[in-house]
Write a protein that binds this ligand. Structure first.
Ligand code: 5AD
Ligand code: SF4
Length: 463
């Protein structure tokens, strides 16, 4: 099905609202502060809000206390994220008391859950604007309402459309994100994302390539293509491996990354595209979630442990030096000791370079929330601890193979702990620390690995 695009007339109205707000500010440059929770998708959404604010004339604040507008871009993937948001929005009350002109807004995935948004709105009447993930492109119109004295509560239950052509203020650095698709159709039984981000919709391949060209022109050399499940990208018949090959051709681009990949859709064709495209980095984030076939089935993941291990074999065989990272959930309903052992043995077998581990968190409205056999919190905690020990062993063990190897890093910054060192990532996403100074930031250097740390490496520059 072809995705729906936001009508041009609406985007044009957004630009007119930007112009009106800008005129209203005159020569003033009030300050904005955006607090972002959750994944890269949210981070990138915040860059879009920042883009619109900067077009109006706002400038970035160094802290919340000096800001004239504060926006919380929320996440609801786990319970913890929700609690933190309520706590932090509560703190704003005092700032608002000191500065009644302060504008405050809450948006993002958590607000897409209408009940939660209502609760937040009632509990914090000083919040001026509440809006969902489908309203990003009309942010200027919503802000205009608030500036004119109104309060905004704007959440649409639609499956969302694609909005093209809005300004983006990208985070500083040399690496940036480009959306290739929105939403998710997978309905993993524990996950809230399909409910808050709507159905899958892919951007046109030519729009993506154009955006990559533009960010390269702006000075970025590394791009990460973003989607909830990039392997099911389908932009008017262009599938993901072909898209990778198209983006790989963009002149001036040095490194190409993507996330996230769903194991059920990872094709051999994609593995070969990774192997053959010189700019595609030797890294894949491939969430496994569990090593037990019984749990994988209950999670509605639609692959088996054996299939997953087969993918790992295919990747290792064809993409030289590839590193694999993952997400794992423990304490899913009915999980037994044997199921956990299956997960631990899978972690040992794969040898991840990093693994993000989570205790299962009940998300209202999902299938797993009403499953029998919910696991007590203490058991989840204890299992998470055991999983983390195995991950740590596995990650540290996998570092040794780097000793003496050569590779290229993109220097990102300076580490101030202990003896100051510069740090940057290899294509495999492994962090390497080297001696040097700030003038190296943003440049690529050949290094030889001379030592290992817990989950990073130490190296020396060889040219
Ligand atoms: N509980 C715990 N972890 C979850 N994730 C998604 N939903 C839940 C949940 N209800 C984890 C998955 C996913 C990552 C982004 O967050 O591991 O890959
Ligand atoms: Fe959630 Fe599964 Fe979709 Fe990932 S693939 S966003 S875990 S439903």
């Amino acid at each position: 099905m072809e995705p729906r695009y936001v009508d041009n007339a609406i985007i044009e109205e957004s630009y007119r609202a930007i112009d009106r707000l800008k005129a209203g500010l005159g020569n003033a440059h009030p300050l904005y502060y955006i607090e972002t929770y959750g994944c890269q998708m949210n981070e990138h959404d915040s860059e879009k809000i920042a883009g619109m604010l900067e077009s109006i004339g706002y400038r970035k604040a160094a802290s919340k206390t000096e800001a004239d507008i504060i926006i919380f871009n929320t996440c609801c993937i786990r319970d913890h994220a929700e609690k933190r948001t309520f706590g932090n929005v509560g703190f704003i009350k005092e700032l608002k008391a000191q500065n009644p002109a302060l504008i405050t807004g809450v948006c993002g995935c958590m607000m897409q859950q209408r009940e939660v948004a209502k609760r937040l709105s009632q509990r914090f009447p000083f919040v001026d604007m509440i809006f969902g993930t489908n309203e990003l492109h009309v942010f200027p119109q919503l802000l205009e309402k608030v500036v004119n004295g109104g309060r905004v509560f704007e959440i649409r239950d639609t499956d969302g459309e694609i909005a093209e052509g809005l300004p983006v203020k990208r985070n500083e650095g040399f690496s940036t994100f480009v959306n290739i698709m929105y939403g998710c159709n997978n309905f993993c039984s524990y996950c809230i994302v399909p409910y808050v981000r709507g159905r899958e919709r892919s951007r046109r391949a030519e729009d993506i390539v154009e955006e990559v060209r533009n960010v390269v022109r702006e000075g970025f050399t590394e791009v990460t293509l973003l989607g909830q499940n990039v392997n099911s990208y389908n932009g008017g018949g262009v599938r993901f491996p072909e898209l990778l090959r198209m983006v790989n051709e963009v002149e001036g681009l040095k490194r190409l990354r993507f996330m996230t990949s769903h194991p059920k859709d990872l094709s051999h064709e994609l593995v070969m595209a990774m192997a053959e495209c010189d700019k595609v980095c030797e890294h894949i984030h491939l969430p496994v979630q569990s090593g037990s076939n019984r749990i994988l089935q209950l999670m509605n993941r639609r692959y088996t442990r054996e299939h997953y291990l087969e993918l790992v074999r295919d990747l290792r065989e064809n993409v030289k030096g590839v590193e694999i990272t993952t997400d794992i959930i423990v304490g899913f309903p009915t999980e037994t000791e044997e199921d956990l052992e299956d997960t631990l043995s899978l972690v040992r077998e794969v040898g991840y370079s990093a693994a993000y581990s989570f205790a299962y968190s009940v998300r209202e409205g999902t299938k797993a929330a009403v499953m029998d056999g919910q696991i007590p919190e203490e058991v989840k905690k204890e299992r998470l601890k055991r999983l983390n020990e195995v991950i740590a062993e596995s990650v540290t063990g996998a570092n040794d193979k780097y000793m003496g190897l050569e590779g290229e890093i993109l220097v990102e910054g300076r580490d101030m702990r202990g003896e100051p060192m510069m740090f940057g990532k290899l294509p495999s996403l492994k962090m390497v620390y080297v001696k040097g100074d700030e003038s190296m930031i943003g440049n690529y250097y050949k290094v030889r690995i001379t030592g290992t740390r817990f989950n990073s490496l130490v190296g020396e520059i060889i040219d």
